[in-house]
Write a protein that binds this ligand. Structure first.
Ligand code: SAH
Length: 346
């Protein structure tokens, strides 16, 4: 069956006109899907019963089911575990900031990138998410909470640049003025650094923020944390970041997860100053969130602050990621993994 929520407005119009509907009906359906965020054909009350039944026979309606919702007592962050129609699970996180609500979504079921500190990749990749399945993480959260989502970060499970075409389609639907109309500037896509697709993204004419998970300043060290570093060098990554800046006028962000005694030394800070300076990057420091499957340790608070200080003294724009939802399996892939393990035990 065709996935009705993954069509853009032109495609949906063409599709439904071929199906025998008038154009204004297609606009109504699009509005139900992408603005009113309805959860099934039966809610489309300005369509006749008969028409709704016909649509049901022809089209798949993707609507994620919240299987588990955990709310942090520390900061109100909510973690959602959604069930997909094939029984797979994905995680999404709602973070409430003064400037608005931000949702972190997953782009794949699992991940094949193999980063050593990350829980999402421990069982490999199951499959890509469709545009509708990325959108619906945001749609369900907005519908369930009744609060507008203003920012979206693609930083949950999965490597977005490994699901490129669906990602671009998702971004265009999310920012469509006939849909949620989220500003492109309020969207961040995070990648472990797949150079070809970083370059393609530069040419999409989108004003989104690109975040690069750097985590090390030498190729040698990066390879010990991130297998993708065997494929692309830091030099190639920096060239791709420069290209992104040239094409879009937007500064990239470096994500740098601090791991105790691994990448938090003085020499690392010096390397990071040079790299960030060379591409005008903003640096986001993330104290690593230790997962039980690996023995990496968090950098001490004192050292995190000293690291930040050193960068700032060298004119690097730097922030420390606020650690949200630590009491609710906040790190990528932890809740999904825990649920799967519990299910296997039962
Ligand atoms: N695949 C993409 C996006 C998902 S991960 C990427 O690699 O960027 C989002 C960010 O969280 C990445 O910077 C990733 O390296 C980091 N991350 C993953 N697990 C982490 C952990 N346990 N502690 C700290 N950062 C982690």
């Amino acid at each position: 069956m065709k996935d009705i929520k993954s069509f853009n407005k032109d495609e949906l119009t063409k599709e439904l006109v071929e199906f025998g509907l008038q154009k204004f009906r297609a606009a109504q359906v699009y509005d139900w899907l992408h603005r009113k965020l309805c959860s099934g054909f039966d809610e489309m009350t300005n369509l006749s019963n008969e028409l709704r039944e016909k649509l049901k026979e022809e089209y798949e309606f993707v609507c994620l089911e919240p299987e588990r919702v955990q709310t942090s007592k520390l900061d109100g962050t909510q973690k959602y575990l959604f069930k997909l129609s094939d029984g797979n699970y994905v995680e999404s996180v709602l973070m409430k900031y003064k400037h608005g609500n931000s949702v972190c979504i997953s782009s794949q079921v699992g991940c094949r990138m193999g980063c050593r500190f990350c829980a999402s990749t421990l069982d490999g990749l199951t499959r890509n998410l469709k545009p509708s399945e990325m959108l619906d993480q945001i749609y369900r959260i907005q519908a369930l909470t009744g609060e507008r989502v203003s920012n979206v970060v693609v930083m949950g499970t999965g490597e977005p640049m490994d699901n490129y075409d669906n990602l671009i389609k998702f971004i265009r639907l999310l920012t469509d003025e006939n849909g949620l109309n989220i500003s492109q500037r309020n969207i961040t896509v995070s990648t472990c650094g797949i150079v070809e697709n970083m370059r393609r993204l530069s040419e999409e004419d989108l004003s989104i923020t690109l975040a690069l998970s750097l985590h090390s300043v030498t190729d040698e060290k990066r390879r010990t944390l991130m297998p993708i570093a065997n494929k692309y060098s830091i030099n190639e990554l920096m060239d791709a970041c420069k290209y992104y800046f040239e094409k879009t006028g937007r500064r990239v962000t470096f994500e740098y997860s601090l791991v105790r005694d691994v990448n938090d030394l003085d020499e690392d800070a010096n390397g990071l100053i040079a790299l960030a300076g060379s591409v005008h990057a903003h640096v986001n420091l993330i104290p690593v969130n230790p997962i039980k499957e690996r023995d990496y340790l968090e950098t001490t608070r004192q050292r995190v602050l000293a690291f930040k200080d050193k960068l700032e003294k060298n004119q690097i724009n730097v922030t420390i990621r606020r650690e949200m939802g630590r009491d609710i399996d906040g790190a990528c892939g932890q809740l999904r993994k825990k649920t799967m393990e519990e299910k296997t035990l039962n």
